[in-house]
Design a protein around this ligand. Structure first.
Ligand code: HEC
Length: 186
């Protein structure tokens, strides 16, 4: 009897290994899809807002729609989806996000393409595991209107009034502006 039990225990722990690796791959894939969807929706809304009312009204759209889309995705995937940056406008980074963002800048400096820069880790707290995923967001010329070093005085005044602690200007194209940050329970 004892032998059977230990045999069964042995078998189940053998089986548990490939299962949890598979779970990790599935969650990682889900996180990557969320980042893609978040980026796609934001790009669409930003372009439409810039076309419709220029940067002064697009700022308002960013302020309302970016957190709203993040919340929709968080609820849909029962996780935490947001954007952050080492020089944040809206959402300051947590310690683990600072570490990944610094790693991203180091990888960019070594010549890696921004579009391929991402990272993940799995952390365990008690019996709960969480997958943390970040994907770098590059600064494109269109972003400089609101994140560059020559933001028009009128727009700068508006940004400063909406975000008194704004740090997200002074960028140039090709830098990492920030990242999508996604946490999914496993
Ligand atoms: C019309 C002005 C405007 C333009 C253009 C713009 N942004 Fe932003 N950006 C904002 C505002 C406003 C926020 C804060 C949104 C919020 O309240 O969540 C923001 C926040 C962000 C954040 C979240 C991190 C942080 O600083 O809080 C990232 C990442 C970001 N922008 C990247 C970009 C990229 C990449 C582009 C170009 C494709 C871009 N932005 C173009 C206004 C703009």
């Amino acid at each position: 009897m004892r032998k059977t039990i230990s045999l069964l225990l042995g078998l189940s722990s053998l089986l548990a290994l490939p299962l949890s690796a598979n779970d990790e791959a599935v969650k990682l894939n889900e996180a990557k899809e969320i980042a893609k969807s978040f980026g796609g929706q934001l790009k669409g809304e930003l372009e439409a807002a810039m076309k419709a009312g220029g940067p002064m009204s697009a700022v308002e759209v960013c302020k309302q729609r970016a957190p709203a889309i993040a919340q929709e995705l968080s609820a849909k995937h029962q996780g935490d989806v947001h954007r952050t940056s080492l020089k944040p406008r809206a959402t300051p980074p947590q310690a683990w996000e600072v570490a990944m963002l610094e790693q991203f800048n180091a990888r960019l400096a070594k010549g890696e393409e921004i579009t391929s820069i991402d990272a993940y880790e799995v952390v365990k707290e008690g019996d709960k595991s969480t997958l943390r995923y970040m994907k770098a967001v590059g600064t494109m010329p269109v972003c400089l209107t609101c994140h560059g070093s020559q933001v028009s005085p009128e727009l700068q005044a508006k940004i400063s009034s909406l975000y008194p602690n704004d740090q997200a200007t002074g960028y140039s194209a090709g830098q990492i502006r920030g990242a999508f940050s996604i946490q999914l329970p496993m």
